[in-house]
Design a protein around this ligand. Structure first.
Ligand code: PLP
Length: 392
């Protein structure tokens, strides 16, 4: 082989989501964009906050563009890291310190860096199903092994019995993603407390450290009174992997951060390991313009009510048509239970009605970050799909 076989395997196979998205593009050309209901991609459909757009414009008017676009320090701009720590501490009482924050190109980079920083060869990382499928790629790239914990059926919350049974001497990390992609579920504070108690007990039992990695690109996208527990308050060995991709509708700009809890065992050493992993992966100096933007816009918010309205129309309609779904409290995804055993076949059948869903365990994932019009116009199609199954 004159190239790396694993890399070739990953690069030559398109992800299921991309396949469906490409199919949607083709189909839109054939029958018109309004007639295809593409729920495949998690691309925000709400504009970035006005404050973000205005700040960007002002920043570009600078008389010192060399400074604006220049390298920052490898770990990120000190002002940005200070602004982030202050915001998180004020809003969530997270106890962060700027000197333990590392700026990254979004959550994907935060995760690959963090996993490379803490996993040794063959060590295990537990994820909770249903989970973001890229975790497998990220964990294996860090030479770790992905271990899947099954959720509570019905609620898709953490199943503590199953979780505990998956922990071994080799467990080095656990990824929690709440609000969750693909379910939209927010793990309750009770579940988080139970999870953290189990972890503390297991750390003692094995005399080791198990890192809790909080993957939270959707933290700000929650509806009603729902609160997303801030994990550093419950467990010392926490690493927060944050991203502004969805929080500020800036997914293409690639900006986020890693925060190591100051209460962590050997926090400085772990932070140095994160710096080393970032360096070896080539993830130094996250996009300069957007680091500086974040320093002024840490408290900016997208209009979550737009997603909430989509969620309500979709969820209420689907339930009325006989679909089983877990009500999402956050993010912009909803899972519908497949009407047949094989979710691939179910999603294939949905295509007949121009509904593009992503198969996920025994569900179809609907990314409802689309125009309200698309949701409204898709509802009769969902009705027909349900009727086709009920007719049998
Ligand atoms: N983690 C989850 C659960 C996601 O859904 C995504 C993107 O959709 C990511 C991480 C990666 O986010 P980013 O665009 O910030 O790299």
């Amino acid at each position: 082989m004159f190239y790396n076989e694993r890399a070739y395997g990953l690069g030559s196979k398109r992800s299921v989501i991309r396949e469906i998205f490409e199919y949607g593009k083709k189909r839109k050309k054939e029958i018109g964009a309004d007639n295809v209901f593409d729920f495949s991609l998690g691309n925000p459909s709400v504009n970035p906050p006005e404050k973000v757009t205005e700040t960007l414009k002002k920043m570009l008017e600078t008389d010192n563009p060399t400074l604006l676009h220049g390298y920052t320090s490898a770990v990120g701009d000190p002002e940005t890291r200070t602004a982030i720590a202050e915001y998180v501490n004020k809003t969530y009482n997270g106890g962060l310190k700027p000197e333990l924050i590392y700026m990254t190109c979004g959550a994907a980079a935060s995760l690959t860096i963090s996993l490379s920083a803490v996993l040794n060869d063959g060590e295990e990382c537990i994820v909770f199903a249903p989970y973001f499928t890229e975790y497998k790629v990220f964990v294996e790239n860090a030479r770790g092994k992905l271990v899947i914990s099954k959720p509570e059926s019905g609620t898709l919350q953490i199943d503590e019995m199953d979780f505990e049974s998956k922990i071994t001497e080799k467990t080095r990390a656990v990824i929690v993603n709440s609000p969750n992609n693909p379910s939209g579920v927010v793990y309750t504070e009770d579940k988080i407390k139970i999870l953290c108690e189990i972890l503390k007990r297991k750390e003692k039992e094995y005399g080791s450290v198990i890192y809790l990695i909080s993957d939270e690109p959707y933290r700000e996208l929650v509806y009603g009174n729902i609160k997303v527990p801030y994990l550093t308050k419950y467990y010392n060995d926490t690493i927060v992997c944050y991203s502004y991709s969805k929080a500020l509708s800036l997914p293409g700009e690639r900006i986020g951060y890693i925060a190591v809890s100051p209460l962590m065992t050997n926090a400085e050493k772990v932070y140095n390991s994160i710096c080393g992993a970032g360096r070896s992966l080539g993830y130094v100096c996250a996009p300069s313009l957007f680091q500086k933007l974040i320093a002024s816009c840490v408290d900016a918010k997208v209009d979550v009510s737009i997603y909430e309205e989509n969620r309500n129309i979709l969820y209420n309609g689907l339930v009325e048509y006989g679909y089983k779904c877990v009500q999402p409290d956050g993010a912009f995804y909803l899972l519908v239970k497949s009407f047949e055993q094989n979710a691939d076949l179910f999603c294939e059948k949905a295509k007949k009605y121009e509904l593009l869903l992503v198969p996920c365990d025994d569900f179809g994932r609907i990314a409802y970050c689309v125009d309200k019009k698309t949701i409204i116009n898709s509802m009769p199609q969902f009705k027909k799909l349900s009727e086709e199954y009920n007719a049998k």
